[in-house]
Design a protein around this ligand. Structure first.
Ligand SMILES: C[S@@+](CC[C@H](N)C(=O)[O-])C[C@H]1O[C@@H](n2cnc3c(N)ncnc32)[C@H](O)[C@@H]1O
Length: 216
């Protein structure tokens, strides 16, 4: 497997807004949100390390997860942001990581053949993408039958103080660059998947790791 970055498909206008935001985030990501997201990311890779074969990481960002994968797994990381992916490529080269392929690609229009991967992970991406349902559909398409999908994200609450904060934050969704209101059912009830388990991830259970299996 090679370590390369190349552009595979063209962005839509919404994709351009995400690219613009992450061009800004790329130099500071590892020292800011990248740290907060650490516990959930580590938990996700621990679960992926129970899998075999080809792994897809959607929205791999600066590649903070990459050094943790079992070395015999073939890991393909895709991301919409060339700047984030360039950081990931630097990490791969600096640490001499093997079996890693990095591609600029839109999660809602994956360029892989059907049933290409044994497992996939989407960490802290679902509330950023314009079309989460399309991402779930693409995941289902590229996973082999019975394949595992791991989604780590913040999911909104329906009641309580946190629900109030999320509702307030939602007014600033555009400038935040993510959607504070994102019900867990968007993932757990995605067509063609069955929920295996859900695990709270630090800090303070703000994030949840969902493990799903492709069915049907
Ligand atoms: C919050 S970062 C998470 C990065 C990484 N998964 C982590 O655990 O740190 C969100 C990432 O999703 C990427 N992204 C957003 N929309 C995307 C899309 N439609 N397709 C692929 N990647 C996307 C962004 O460029 C960014 O790198």
């Amino acid at each position: 497997m090679s370590t390369e970055t190349k552009t595979v498909n063209q962005p839509s206008l919404d994709d351009n807004a995400v690219r613009e935001a992450y061009r800004w985030w790329a130099p500071i990501y590892d020292y800011s949100f990248g740290v907060i997201a650490g516990p959930g990311r580590r938990l996700a890779v621990d679960k992926l390390n129970e899998e075999h074969g080809r792994i897809l990481e959607v929205g791999v960002g600066t590649g903070l997860s990459l050094p943790r994968y079992r070395t015999d797994l073939d890991v393909t990381g895709i991301d919409l942001s060339p700047e984030m992916l360039s950081k990931a490529a630097q990490r791969v080269n600096r640490l001499g990581l093997r079996r890693k392929t990095l591609l600029v690609m839109d999660a809602s229009r994956l360029s892989f053949a059907d049933e290409s991967f044994d497992a996939a992970a989407v960490m802290y991406v679902m509330t950023v993408v314009p079309e989460p349902a399309a991402v779930m559909a693409e995941l289902r398409r590229v996973l082999k039958p019975g394949g595992t999908a791991i989604i780590v994200n913040h999911f909104s609450r329906e009641k309580g103080a946190r629900a109030g904060v999320e509702k307030w934050l939602a007014k600033y969704s555009r400038s935040l660059g993510w959607h504070p209101i994102f019900p867990i059912q968007n993932v757990t009830e995605a067509p063609g998947f069955e929920l295996i388990d859900a695990t709270d991830a630090a800090p303070l259970g703000v994030f949840t790791l969902l493990r799903l299996k492709k069915v049907g």
